[in-house]
Design a protein around this ligand. Structure first.
Ligand code: FAD
Ligand code: DHB
Length: 402
């Protein structure tokens, strides 16, 4: 089946879904294809922290109904190390900036509901297979896929947006000779749990510990989200719930404080890597989000970067489709400025807080010195706060939703 659209979008994660919505607000048609089912996309447990700019973007795009009701505004974090827990006060250090705890799964649910309400059941094609992109250096690139009823489609597009995550097909469709990539693998992974128990803290706790890093986050006043640094070769079978809770107890231990336990609702292990590929455009293919760059999760940046990319991409594609290619030409450089800032911040947070297997005592002492510095020098704390809450302002201005 051969059809036409203005923008073909590969992947219905936060980047692809928000791009489809922002383009719809500008009257631009999209075909959005996704390999997974709607149910799978809505259940996938991932990030949880939105920068101020991401919240403003979602609000401006008319997507913040539930976010404004259920999102939890946080004005700082705790850094715990050497038996102490110290607060970093973002509001004070940044002139009032905050972050909002609202799960990526909720952002995705809101986006899917909105696209289907505005665009009808065909606005997102779930459960596709054999996605291909071709003719990328022509004026009419082509998106091909097989739908869940086994029909093959060919969609002729003006532009294709590759929003299909790190393992997608879009980046791989760019000739290797035009891409430069930078990569760092870390010798640790995160084991994350979702637990049916009220958080034991008012703000997130990032804990440095001789046994490894731990993070106490949350999803709601009734549900906690906790992470442990583990070996990347570990599997979930070696981490029964009791072992997870006792390791969390050990890494968060503080006199007079205890971690409340609850039923474990979800459990997963995520590898950690930094990866950047450039440029983010090849001909009429534009990459956005994890398809182009990955950060380790310690700075809570991955989701925010994905949203920021498409906030830049939507007006650039609007202009391009109306004959003005200047913003599209600047797209890659504009995004990479933010991407590299977040890549550095995420690497810095990660290496300050995790224990490198086999590392000597020198590394530990350097980490502890840095942690004492960021919790005692106002200048150093302000730098962390500025980066955590989002250091590069978002450029896009979104037409008002109807
Ligand atoms: P994705 O969310 O990956 O979406 C890409 C979509 O494309 C997926 O739905 C995928 O199924 C689809 N797709 C892939 N291939 C194809 C194809 N060939 N055809 C059609 N569709 C395709 N960030 C944080 O800040 N904190 C965290 O705690 C955190 N935890 C994470 C845990 C995991 C397991 C992972 C993988 C990431 C985590 N991240 C975290 C990062 C953050 O979730 C991502 O940066 C964010 O999801 C990026 O959004 P995206 O839309 O670019 O990509
Ligand atoms: C969460 C994830 C992060 O990577 C982080 O730095 C803070 C919070 C979370 O899932 O809640």
């Amino acid at each position: 089946m051969r059809t036409r659209t203005q923008v073909g979008i590969v992947g219905a994660g936060p980047a692809g879904l928000l791009l489809s919505h922002l383009l719809a607000l500008r009257g631009i048609g999209t075909v959005l294809v996704e390999t997974r089912s709607r149910q799978y996309c809505e259940a996938r447990q991932r990030a949880g922290v939105l920068e101020d700019g991401s919240v403003a973007l979602l609000r401006e795009a008319g997507l913040a109904g539930r976010l404004d009701q259920q999102g939890l505004e946080h004005g700082g974090i705790y850094l715990q190390f050497g038996g102490e827990r110290r607060h970093v006060d973002f509001r004070d250090l940044t002139g009032g900036r905050t972050v909002t705890v609202y799960a990526q799964t909720e952002v995705v649910k809101d986006l899917i509901a909105r696209r289907l309400a505005d665009g009808g059941p065909s606005a997102i094609e779930f459960g596709v297979s054999d996605t291909e992109v071709a003719d990328l250096d022509s004026a009419s690139p082509v998106l091909r896929y097989t739908d869940s009823a086994d029909s093959r489609h060919e969609v002729v597009c003006d532009v294709i947006a590759g929003c299909d995550g790190f393992h997608g097909i879009s980046r791989a469709a760019i000739p290797a000779s035009v891409l430069t990539t930078w990569q760092r693998e870390y010798p640790y992974a995160w084991l994350g749990i979702l637990a049916d128990v009220p958080p034991s803290t008012d703000e997130l706790i990032y804990a440095h510990h001789p046994g490894g890093f731990a993070l106490h986050s949350l999803r709601s006043p009734a549900v906690s989200r906790l992470y442990l640094q583990v070996d990347p070769a570990d599997n979930l079978a070696s981490w029964p719930d009791e072992r997870i809770w006792s390791e969390l107890d050990r890494r968060f231990a503080l006199p007079g404080w205890s971690l409340q336990r609850g039923d474990v609702l979800d459990k997963s292990i995520t590898p950690m890597r930094s990866f950047v590929s450039a440029p983010m455009r090849y001909g009429r293919l534009f990459l956005a989000g994890d398809a182009s760059h990955i950060v380790p999760p310690t700075g809570a940046k991955g989701l925010n970067l994905a949203l920021a990319d498409v906030a830049v991409l939507a007006p650039a594609l609007d202009a391009l489709l109306h004959g003005d290619g200047r913003l599209a030409d600047e797209y890659s450089a504009t995004c990479l400025n933010r991407v590299w800032r977040s890549t550095h911040f995420s690497w810095w947070m990660t290496t300050m807080l995790h224990r490198t297997p086999g590392a000597d005592e020198m590394e530990t002492q350097l980490q502890l010195s840095q942690l004492r510095y960021v919790t005692s020098s106002r200048a150093a704390a302000a730098s962390l706060a500025e980066n955590y809450t989002g250091s590069v302002p978002l450029l896009a201005s979104t037409p008002s939703p109807q």
